[in-house]
Design a protein. Structure first.
Length: 299
């Protein structure tokens, strides 16, 4: 059977507030066919999110011109824990309502200056009226509805601390954490508007998994007319391989791209777009409607 994809792009995002390269910055890994039709890897380390977005658009345009379908993986959550959209009274599909809300609130300047902490504080005010559930900020960004440290544990009447996928992918951090190491919340606030723009620019030729594809095994028939599939990935699920002295982020995007390519070559990639065996029906529905999932988690 042919591969589902002919190219694999992994994006290691960053919520940095100033231009930066090297460790803890934006890395884009691209595994695609070279002139000899062999899969070949190249990487890009743009200093700002604006430059990274331009690069991604160029990469996707080139692959479309070559009629190559691409899997694009982002290392941050594409959805919020169940109940988020309902609590905010957002319109439409819960996942899309959250995307549109962030699209309206996030300001990200070409210099990487951004308002992610203000956005977290604004949403906290709307959700609970206190510095919860988002938490984490440097001293200058601490405010009434956003504290430097976690305000309190999550109770039974609160939005969940973790999505279903994070409970399966051991070590994955909560989206509510917006600062310090592993602050995927900050990355999600700054990254979801990017994926929204990439998706909307391509219409039905781009699909967001599992929101638009369903949380089920993927087949070639499911991808008819599709150029791009956007998915959430967790680089730490695969041990990074590389030379001594290489930046870990670079090793991670390359290793994960090669991992998905190997699965695809052996007709096993399609399976991991579906839920782990024994996943409850309501968990599948939560993933499809609002939370999303981490590609390969639990399978």
């Amino acid at each position: 059977m042919p591969r589902l994809f002919s190219a694999y792009v992994i994006v290691d995002w960053s919520a940095a507030s100033k231009p930066t390269t090297g460790a803890d910055s934006v890395w884009i890994g691209v595994l695609k066919h070279d002139v000899r039709f062999r899969l070949s890897f190249e990487s890009f380390n743009e200093a700002t999110r604006a430059e990274a977005e331009k690069r991604l658009n160029l990469i996707l345009a080139d692959l479309k011109k070559r009629s190559e379908r691409v899997l694009v993986g982002f290392d941050f959550p594409l959805g919020f824990p169940r109940g988020f959209a309902a609590t905010l009274k957002l319109r439409g599909e819960p996942w899309r309502g959250a995307w549109d809300e962030l699209g309206k609130r996030v300001v990200d300047k070409p210099t990487n200056v951004n308002n992610r902490f203000n956005v977290a504080a604004q949403i906290n005010r709307l959700l609970t009226g206190e510095a919860f559930p988002f938490w984490g900020a440097p001293p200058k960004d601490v405010q009434t509805t956003l504290t430097a440290t976690k305000l309190r544990p999550h109770g039974p009447d609160d939005l969940p601390e973790f999505r279903h996928a994070e409970l399966v992918a051991k070590g994955a951090a909560s989206i509510w954490k917006t600062y310090y190491n592993g602050s995927v919340g900050g990355q999600a606030i700054m990254g979801i508007p990017l994926v929204r723009r990439l998706k909307d620019a391509r219409g039905d030729a781009a699909r967001v998994w599992p929101f638009e594809t369903g949380f089920k095994a993927m087949t070639e028939a499911d991808l008819a007319g599709v150029d791009v599939v956007f998915a959430e990935v967790y680089p730490s699920m695969v041990t990074p391989q590389g030379a001594a002295g290489e930046v870990k982020d670079l090793m991670q995007v390359r290793t994960l791209a090669e991992h998905f390519a190997r699965l695809d070559a052996t007709n096993k990639l399609g399976e991991i777009f579906g839920p782990p065996k024994g996943t409850a029906a309501d968990t599948v529905l939560d993933a499809e409607r609002e939370e999303g999932w981490i590609l390969g988690a639990g399978v």
